[in-house]
Design a protein around this ligand. Structure first.
Ligand SMILES: [Zn+2]
Ligand SMILES: [Zn+2]
Length: 207
């Protein structure tokens, strides 16, 4: 019941009070006028943090399936709001994304290797990137960064998982690459079993 609804109820009670007062039996009831108490409804924070704080909060960030029929890619989404990299380094994702998110930094995970992690960037949508990775894996393109680890024995394209780490109004590729590098460094994605083999655009300066 909201505050304004309480006022309406109070008005109705006031208008009908004379029915109680005039009734020989009801007028004997103790307490006189009924009293309406108003309890404030829970706010968003209370709803989100009630009981199981962690699970409820985690529902609010991460990558979600778009469930659009144009993409058969929703099954590759890694929905968790925390990404775990090599050496158990954890990265908390803020923001809510889906297969259509574009201008992003993303993480590739492997269902077979829980601490394996690759960080990438793309100006197009996550959907387009997943399509590219899937085709590299299916065609055993071992020279490609994602094709290689998923060509290992016991690995299938179904082991691929993708999560958006960051979406921003990056103005050009270099800005995205800098953010990509920051995430590679923070999550130590170049340290085995991390999957980033070099630091991408910086590699021509370091090799
Ligand atoms: Zn989707
Ligand atoms: Zn793996």
């Amino acid at each position: 019941m909201t505050c304004s609804q309480v006022k309406t109820v109070q008005r109705i009670i006031r208008d009908l009070q004379h029915l109680l007062d005039n009734d020989s039996y009801l007028s004997q009831a103790p307490g006189g006028k009924p009293f309406i108490a108003y309890r404030k409804p829970p706010n968003l924070k209370q709803l989100l943090t009630h009981n199981n704080t962690r699970t409820r909060l985690n529902m609010d960030t991460g990558t979600r399936a778009c469930n659009k029929s144009i993409s058969q890619l929703c099954c590759y989404i890694h929905p968790d709001s925390i990404i775990i990299g090599p050496n158990n380094i954890k990265h908390t994702i803020s923001g809510l994304f889906n297969c259509s998110s574009s201008n992003i930094i993303y993480a590739i995970k492997c269902q077979q290797c829980p601490s394996a992690l690759s960080i990438g960037q793309i100006g197009q949508t996550l959907r387009q990137r997943i399509n590219g990775h899937k085709s590299d894996i299916r065609n055993h393109k071992t020279e490609k960064p994602i094709g290689e680890p998923f060509s290992l024995p016991g690995h299938y394209v179904q082991d691929l998982r993708v999560a958006v780490l960051l979406q921003k109004n990056f103005r050009h590729t270099l800005e995205r690459e800098i953010a990509e590098l920051q995430h590679i460094t923070k999550l130590k994605a170049m340290e085995r079993p991390g999957l980033n083999r070099d630091i991408g655009f910086m590699s021509h300066y370091t090799y």
